[in-house]
Design a protein around this ligand. Structure first.
Ligand SMILES: [Zn+2]
Length: 236
């Protein structure tokens, strides 16, 4: 058993290198709105994508709540801006609207999401957001998929979704690199190197300080979403 543990760092290094080798080249020259539900979604889920895209595209982060479930909304808005700066993004809007509460029990109305996109994302050619699984399954995340899908369809925009993985792959860092099929032509895989993973971790530990409870350490140390993102363009 011990020999297996000793082998783990070597195995992870090999799979990480393999994942880096399978990464897509980043598109460039696009106006992209990242649509998120809560401050910290950008760092916990989308960091590899943002780090790959930010140097070559105009990225705007649109967060549809202040993350006020625990009464920390005003702190968390500021944390989001600091986190985005660490990830190379200055253009950030945070919405504070009673129809869009930070709540596991409230599905956000698609037409409301559409009206906010009308107001804040008119310049966007691409909307990037969660897929229908919402990565963590949070109902606010899943609402974004439906709202963005309707809006992009109506406005002739492109829709990119971050793929939701099962539990084992979610916490498996790069361990699925050999078995996960390469993304199809419609898909993109963004992979961070050591420096990118450290940046994403710092976005959590140094910016989103109010969210660094004990269980987050497991996520920032082990999650595949801190190092690899699979993003698919959805035909709407
Ligand atoms: Zn969230």
């Amino acid at each position: 058993m011990l020999w297996a543990l000793a082998f783990l760092p070597i195995f992870l290094s090999i799979t990480w290198l393999y994942a880096l080798h399978s990464a897509s080249s980043a598109p460039s020259g696009l106006n992209i709105t990242l649509l998120i539900a809560h401050p910290d979604d950008e760092a916990m889920f989308f960091a590899p994508t943002l780090l790959a895209l930010a140097p070559h595209n105009n990225i705007h982060v649109l967060c549809l709540s202040t993350g006020d479930a625990d009464g920390l909304g005003s702190i968390r808005q500021q944390e989001l801006k600091e986190s985005c700066k660490l990830l190379g993004i200055d253009d950030v809007d945070v919405i504070d609207d009673p129809e869009l509460p930070d709540s596991m029990g409230v599905t956000w109305p698609a037409d409301k999401i559409g009206s906010i996109l009308d107001k804040y994302a008119g310049k966007a050619g691409v909307v990037l957001t969660f897929d229908q699984g919402g990565v963590s399954g949070h109902v606010n995340h899943r609402s974004l998929y439906h709202g963005a899908k309707e809006w992009t369809k109506k406005g002739g925009k492109r829709l990119w979704n971050l793929e939701t993985l099962g539990l084992v792959r979610k916490y498996g860092f790069t361990m699925d690199a050999f078995v996960a099929p390469a993304q199809a032509a419609s898909g993109m895989r963004f992979v961070s190197g050591m420096e990118g993973v450290r940046k994403a971790q710092r976005a959590m530990t140094d910016a989103h300080k109010s969210q660094m409870r004990w269980f987050r350490w497991g996520w920032i140390g082990l999650s595949r979403y801190m190092v690899v993102n699979d993003v698919k363009e959805i035909s709407v």
